[in-house]
Write a protein that binds this ligand. Structure first.
Ligand code: PLI
Length: 475
């Protein structure tokens, strides 16, 4: 594999005296038509989808901000790599390219490819979690917690309290509350904690980062007790960018350097390559421990495929290897997060309640503040996502009570402090005009918020209900 993307001259070394606009470090080569259906057609599509944006047909969506997962645009260099796919069952050269890219940019010794992030979560949970174990983490993520629970573990949230406050302006709201973690270790005993699960930029908290200082401190604390640290590296590049921008001492270091140091405080990671790594499918589990790797490379054969492809085609591994190289370029990540910040700023200026500071991959609308007259079990965020689709065909995602699911022991709804709608920006896909239109639509929905009623849940699947649940309006 060519080991680097085509050269990019980057930005001038010396900052100009007056602030200047930046623009994306790419130009468009291929386009995909999209269309906005008329209002009656959108209303019919929403009823058909049971008021769940996951159940809409993509062709009925105008601007798709459901997720940044697998929805990014690949570069010509990645597409060229797809043609170099070595589809051998065993020992594909593309696996070794991927292994090399992970070692170089994330620093882990061993890698096991998986079909996507949850495949890696399944392997890790099965290997390390025993019934009755406790897994601390900085806020739950849906698939991660489910795999921990299916393995017999119990997730305990040890994120800092400000993560639950959409108005707090603290720069690292993804941090682990070290005192809470320490207390938990004392209470349940280190031997009952297989690892601490640290997410880099915390999705459910609004894409909030964790600082390098906090990561080091977590390493130090767990090291004293012999507890492993496992990173969810899905958006660790975005996290590294925030460290560069916000944490003292990192302004002069590249995102690539910061990422390497950040990962060095963990023993391995699960990864959904569909986000940071700029591909449509793929993931991996990385481990430093030889014995654990031995076990993982055996277990992957059961659930994914041989340890040198693990559920991925050779061409997809090549695209991901190249995507990793592209993803750590400073100008790429600045434009990526910059676009999210642009949308956030527009909404903030219009007085729309959003989670602050704006996160790395999405702008999160605060549905509680949007609809203070609705109770949480009337699903305000679910309704808000539906209203946005009705207004303009923009598709967003609920990240509130529906996503939180039910307590696996009591069967009651989890009632998360945050009741959010996520406007998730795919990488290298939409323009500034798409962001402007989205902002205008959110503002229009905000203007009519008082008249909006909630929803009733009419169908609830057993696992990860937010994907397939159906609702009816209360009005
Ligand atoms: O969708 P997967 O299986 O490739 O990855 C699962 C996963 C793990 N961790 C985190 C932080 C995620 O955000 C994640 C998937 N996220 C999705 C699908 C999302 O829309 O945010």
């Amino acid at each position: 594999m060519t080991t680097s993307p085509p050269p990019n001259p980057g930005f001038p070394a010396s900052a100009p005296a007056r602030p200047r606009s930046w623009a994306e470090p790419w130009k468009v080569k291929v386009v995909e038509p999209i269309r906005m259906m008329d209002a009656p057609a959108r209303a019919a599509a929403l009823v058909e989808a049971g008021y769940n944006t996951f159940l809409l047909r993509s062709e009925d969506v105008y601007i798709d901000l459901l997720t940044d997962s697998g929805t990014g645009a690949m570069s010509d260099w990645q597409w060229a790599g797809m043609m170099m796919g070595d589809e051998a069952y065993a020992g594909s050269r593309n696996f070794y390219h991927l292994e090399d890219a992970v070692r170089r940019h994330y620093g882990y010794r061993h890698i096991v490819p998986t079909h996507q992030g949850r495949g890696a979560e399944n392997l890790l949970s099965r290997m390390l979690i025993h019934p009755g174990n406790v897994v601390p983490g900085n806020m739950y993520f849906t698939t991660t917690r489910l795999h921990q629970e299916l393995a017999g573990g119990r997730f305990v949230d040890v994120i800092v309290p400000e993560a639950h406050d959409p108005t707090s302006l603290r720069p690292f709201k993804g941090n682990i509350d070290l005192a809470a973690l320490d207390l938990l270790i004392t209470n349940v005993g280190a031997k009952n904690i297989p690892y601490v699960c640290v997410a880099a930029t915390v999705n459910m908290a609004g894409g909030q980062p964790i600082s390098m200082a906090n990561m080091r401190a977590v390493r130090e604390l767990t090291g004293r007790h012999g507890i492993r640290v496992m990173l969810d590296a899905t958006r660790a590049v975005e996290n590294a960018y925030f460290i560069q921008q916000r944490e003292a001492g990192f302004a002069g270091r590249s995102v690539a350097q910061i990422l390497l140091e950040f990962c060095s405080y963990s023993d391995g990671c699960t990864m959904s390559g569909k986000k940071d790594s700029l591909v449509n499918i793929g993931g991996w589990l990385a481990l430093n421990d030889d014995t654990l790797y031995e076990e993982a490379s055996n277990l992957v054969v059961v659930y994914e495929g041989l340890h040198t492809y693990g559920g991925m085609a050779g061409r997809d591994m090549e695209a991901m290897a190249r995507g990793i190289v592209e993803s750590v370029q400073d100008d790429h990540i600045r434009a990526r997060v910059g676009q999210v910040e642009y949308l956030g700023r527009k909404l903030q200026e219009a007085g729309v309640p959003i989670v602050l500071p704006v996160g790395g991959h999405a702008v999160y609308l605060d549905a509680r503040a949007f609809y203070p007259h609705l109770k949480q079990d009337q699903f305000p965020a679910q309704r808000l996502a539906a209203e946005l689709y009705l207004d303009s065909g923009v598709r967003a995602m609920e990240r509130g009570i529906v996503s939180a699911g039910r307590d696996s022991t009591t069967g009651e709804h989890h009632y998360p402090a945050l009741e959010l709608v996520r406007l998730t920006i795919p990488r290298r896909v939409y323009t500034q005009a798409h962001m402007d239109l989205t902002a205008e639509s959110v503002i229009a929905v905000h203007d009519t918020r008082q008249a909006t009623k909630g929803l009733r849940l009419v169908h609830e699947p057993r696992y990860l209900r937010f994907f397939q649940a159906r609702f009816e309006p209360l009005d």
